[in-house]
Design a protein around this ligand. Structure first.
Ligand SMILES: [Zn+2]
Length: 101
């Protein structure tokens, strides 16, 4: 079990962190970042590792929005950046989706 704050501050902007019971079912996503409404939503069924990875991914989207990068880069590059950031941080702390044999 990991502690999830109700909100985080990204470059001076507060983002609500919201659990959703059926984000995967309805949108096919583990998480999403709504930077217009300053909300990061995650599916409440995620494991702790999936949740950490997802939150880092979505926070990277918020960071890109708040720094103006979001508007300057295409969506494929933004997805790659968010996924690379999430993978980097979870590896730094030895957390991985991959099961150890
Ligand atoms: Zn993404």
């Amino acid at each position: 079990m990991i502690y999830i704050p109700k909100k985080i501050n990204v470059m001076g902007q507060d983002y609500k962190i919201i659990a959703n019971k059926n984000l995967i079912e309805t949108l096919g996503r583990y998480g999403q970042c709504d930077f217009k409404n300053k909300e990061i939503t995650y599916d409440s069924s995620l494991t702790a590792v999936e949740l950490l990875h997802t939150l880092i991914h979505e926070i990277d989207h918020a960071l890109k929005a708040e720094t103006g990068t979001y508007q300057a880069v295409n969506s494929d590059v933004l997805e790659m950046c968010a996924e690379n950031t999430a993978t980097l941080f979870t590896r730094l702390f030895n957390i991985s989706f991959k099961k150890k044999s």
